[in-house]
Design a protein around this ligand. Structure first.
Ligand SMILES: [Ca+2]
Length: 360
């Protein structure tokens, strides 16, 4: 159907001038940050103290439009993580966002939970009110598959837990891979681990799933320990958050107070902002410096299971059998599969975090 442009404009003028000027101003203000410009994200999480910080940053950043939250076991069990996710979206008054349960355990290994670091309820022992929001009945990986097909080339996956749900989604429907806009994950390290000498916790919790996600062939940004360990939330930032109040502000302040104090018992000046770093990169990729490389996840090493092995040189020697030995005949280029974050403007990231949470 074609409508003459002049008639449409006249109709618009009439309808605009028949409503109050205040409403017009409000409409214009809401159009200044059009919802369509916000990045559609699916947030996969094992909540988790730093997951809580990451989620609150995502929900309070106009650059992001959180379309679904999928829960994976990791820091806590699947059931506890689901409860925590529901209570947090309720606190943020965002029952409109689907929250779905996902995998109940890693693909092949036993679950390792981390109440030691996150408090016995996973949320710094802070008891949030029971959730007003209901769990989405669908399986988390199915939610991912459905949303990616519904908005092809528009969904960014922001992943801050073990990668079990994403591996299941890719295995169940590989056709989503070219339809995902971008994958930004918190996990891995190219300079030693935090659970042991080699491995970072999210990858260590499901190395086989991580290898599937890294090799899937989509644009992937790895926000690993090189970022989180440099972005320490110290008393300076905690004091800034303590000066303002609001339901979210006060909750985030309490979580961070727990984390900053916990870091203090280990002699650290602040708490590493692991999961929020992936959200921050989704908000503003100029916060980090990246280096493209091919990353594999070690799944068999005696000391290195769960290590993200990044090839910094972009090449491997070509060894060819000559009788009873191999001879190096040349060097083969390898194709990068990840942008690995190797540095961060930590102060700008932490200021961004504080500014988004203050008074909320
Ligand atoms: Ca997490």
């Amino acid at each position: 159907m074609r409508i003459p442009q002049s008639a449409t404009l006249a109709g618009l003028r009439r309808s605009v001038f028949s409503i109050s000027p205040v409403l017009v101003l409000a409409l214009l203000a809401s159009f200044s940050v059009p919802a369509s410009a916000a990045k559609k994200i699916i947030f996969d999480t094992d909540p988790g103290t730093d997951d809580a910080l990451a989620l609150m940053l995502a929900l309070n950043s106009p650059e992001l439009d959180v379309r679904a939250i999928t829960v994976v076991p990791g820091n806590v069990t699947a059931a506890m993580g689901l409860e925590n996710a529901l209570r947090m979206v309720s606190l943020a008054n965002r029952c409109d966002i689907p929250v779905a349960r996902g995998a109940q355990h890693p693909l092949f290994q036993k679950l390792i939970t981390a109440e030691f670091w996150h408090g016995k309820n996973g949320l710094a022992n802070i008891e949030l009110p029971p959730s007003k929001c209901k769990v989405d009945p669908r399986f988390g990986p199915d939610v991912i598959i459905q949303l990616v097909h519904a908005s092809p080339h528009e969904i960014t996956l922001v992943l801050v837990g073990p990668l079990t749900n994403i591996a299941l989604a890719v295995e169940n429907d590989p056709s989503i891979v070219p339809l995902v806009k971008e994958v930004i994950l918190m996990g891995g390290s190219i300079s030693g681990g935090n659970v042991n000498a080699a491995a970072e916790a999210n990858i260590y919790n499901d190395p086989e799933a991580a290898q599937i996600v890294f090799q899937a062939g989509w644009p992937l940004t790895m926000v690993g320990l090189e970022v989180g360990d440099k972005a320490l939330f110290t008393h300076k930032y905690l004091d800034q958050l303590g000066q303002t109040h609001g339901q979210i502000n006060d909750f985030v302040y309490s979580v961070l107070k727990f984390l900053v104090n916990l870091s203090g018992t280990f002699g650290a000046p602040g708490s590493p902002m692991y999961d929020p770093s992936a959200v921050a990169v989704a908000v503003d990729s100029t916060l980090v410096k990246v280096q493209e490389m091919h990353v594999d996840v070690e799944t068999r090493g005696e000391f290195t299971r769960g290590e993200t092995v990044g090839n910094r040189r972009g090449q491997v020697e070509r060894n060819v059998v000559h009788g009873d030995r191999y001879v190096i005949e040349g060097v083969d280029k390898i194709t990068p599969n990840a942008k690995v974050c190797v540095d961060v403007d930590a102060d700008r990231f932490l200021q961004l975090f504080v500014s988004r949470i203050r008074g909320k």
